[in-house]
Design a protein around this ligand. Sequence first.
Ligand SMILES: Cc1cc2nc3c(=O)[nH]c(=O)nc-3n(C[C@H](O)[C@H](O)[C@H](O)COP(=O)(O)O)c2cc1C
Length: 174
Amino acid sequence: MNTAIALFASARRNGNTGQFIDWIANSLSVQIIDLSEKDITPYDYDHNNINDDFIPVMNQLLSYDKIIFVTPVYWYGPSAQMKTFIDRTSDFLDIEELKDIGRKLRNKTAYIVCTSISDDADSSFINSFKSTFEYLGMNYGGYVHANCENGYNPVEYKDDVDKFIGSISERKGV
Ligand SMILES: Cc1cc2nc3c(=O)[nH]c(=O)nc-3n(C[C@H](O)[C@H](O)[C@H](O)COP(=O)(O)O)c2cc1C
């Protein structure tokens, strides 16, 4: 069984980030979950949104050992949908009955696939993911970035993608 899954969140499905992850996901034969198709509302201290799609999506992710977080860089951070999803992991820290589910993130390996219009992903963007993974007890597996300043041009990223795919495949699983 494939042990990796991609969690994708962009303001458009077939834009730069969508095309980038389609390439990588096809090469690795991994499934893509598109957060834009899910009903996941922002973090609520009262947890009135507990029955939206957050827990089903999280349960799906938890059946994989490697989780690839896929987002464009929007204002030095992830897309709004991705940020909302990350905020919602706090549900697992708050709600006693959910704590066991949250603990299942520990020891999984997290990767980042991202695009921007800069030479590299902003360090604050990468570091916020790294800190989040660390807090959740996840291992950090690395990232791959596509500079789409002149549009999406796969030839430019081929070496980086090959390396990234190699590093995911190397770890037990895929
Ligand atoms: C709202 C918004 C904010 C952006 N902020 C940044 C940024 O901070 N740094 C950067 O390099 N590119 C930024 N960009 C450019 C996108 O990261 C880039 O075009 C990306 O490839 C878009 O991916 P998408 O087609 O999946 O939306 C921004 C684009 C948008 C629409």
